[in-house]
Write a protein that binds this ligand. Sequence first.
Ligand SMILES: Cc1cc2nc3c(=O)[nH]c(=O)nc-3n(C[C@H](O)[C@H](O)[C@H](O)COP(=O)(O)O)c2cc1C
Length: 192
Amino acid sequence: MQSFLPNMFYYGFPVVLLSTIDEKGKADVTPISCTFTLGTNAVIALVKLNQAYENVMAVPEVVLNLPNASMWEQVEKIAPYTAKDPVPAQKAAKYTHTDDKFALGGFTPLASDKVRPPRVAECPIQAEAKVVNVNDRNGYVLVELEIVQVHAQDHLVMEGNKINPLQWEPLIYNFKHYYGIGEHKGLNFTIK
Ligand SMILES: Cc1cc2nc3c(=O)[nH]c(=O)nc-3n(C[C@H](O)[C@H](O)[C@H](O)COP(=O)(O)O)c2cc1C
């Protein structure tokens, strides 16, 4: 056993394509992995250098679009880009500006029902959400969301408005490597 303090500790989180719009209505799609949900609440972490942060501050509505594992190359295709213009100096060494990450990744914007940012049509699950609180931290914000509507492809939905875990394969970000999920191991006691 070794003891240390890493500066990156992404121990396996689902990838989300976050769609947002700016005050003029221009849409952006940003890969994120710092998210969790509880009931209809969600929390995401956004670095302040990102356009997604600017957009959420201007228009406090988002869509959490969930790519499946097979979409990892589309996600990685847009990963080196930012909609911020100019690119902030701290990002300039690794990131390039683009006006349209939807087109770059082969993603199609689809109108949402209850929020202004569009959904990503190719993502099998999409959750529309409204910002209810923003917690300012050094360099990033923790954004609390209320999920107001979920859309899922027919084959993923079970009786009772539930997602079928036997059909859904999330894309997992494991210390910056992309994974699907492995074989089925078992069930939680509440559904046995
Ligand atoms: C898989 C993945 C997960 C990421 N997770 C986050 C995250 O949770 N929060 C964040 O602010 N940036 C995250 N990023 C980085 C942003 O996607 C990146 O900075 C991007 O340029 C921001 O785009 P934007 O400026 O157009 O919003 C992640 C990137 C990838 C590829």
